[in-house]
Design a protein around this ligand. Sequence first.
Ligand SMILES: [Zn+2]
Length: 262
Amino acid sequence: MLTDTHVHLDLPEYADDLSAVLTASCAAGVARWIVPAVNASAWPRLVQLHQQHRNLFYALGLHPWFLADDDAAALRALASWLERQPPGLVAVGECGLDSKVAVPMARQWQALEQQVALACQYHLPLILHSRGSHEPLLGMLRRRRPPAGGVLHGFSGSRQQAEQFIELGFALGIGGVITYPRAQKTRRAVAALPAQWLLLETDGPTMPLAGYQGQRNTPAQVAAVLAELAQLRQDDPPQLAKQIADNVVRIFPRLLTGPSAE
Ligand SMILES: [Zn+2]
């Protein structure tokens, strides 16, 4: 069974046909999903989605794109949600840094630092977003050493950068970017990295695979990402799938154990 470890199934793009999207995903062998939150107003819906779909899990957090002028209240609320450990919660995120958006960097840093502190406190893995910010993010992780690690999602970058995240206990979320021939650096990196540190994702509804530009991305496409990854690595696809399935539950142990196991 494959898992889409990063797919925004709570967004309006899926509102009309979510059940059909999940059915098609299962038919493609992708039968489990992790939905990272983008903002606080998404959290109740994520709990509800888990109640409706047993294999749909979620992370709670604040995405750097959607930070408000003052996130103090949302961050306090996040602490109490994590304290409550609602069923289906497996991680903190998605949080991180994005140098390509207008949200002031100081605000992004403040929200990130507090979410990392909460992940440390509750021993939860982090789902990290990073655009143009791998180096500062690595510096912060070296300072804080989140004990449950997590994933750098939507990985794009060099092998050297990826290895530094791995050293800190962070897997790389591999998505549709590797299907673009122009993504040479990333394709070379994922071909050389240890399989124990790779996860699969779509980041749907965005980040379409090559050949699907302009279309809604869906979790079924994880099967195509796996096929491309296996080809780049010259790995046997079923064996790679098995390794990645093991990685998923190692990085996100609450998929199996629920909140009470810590
Ligand atoms: Zn995302």
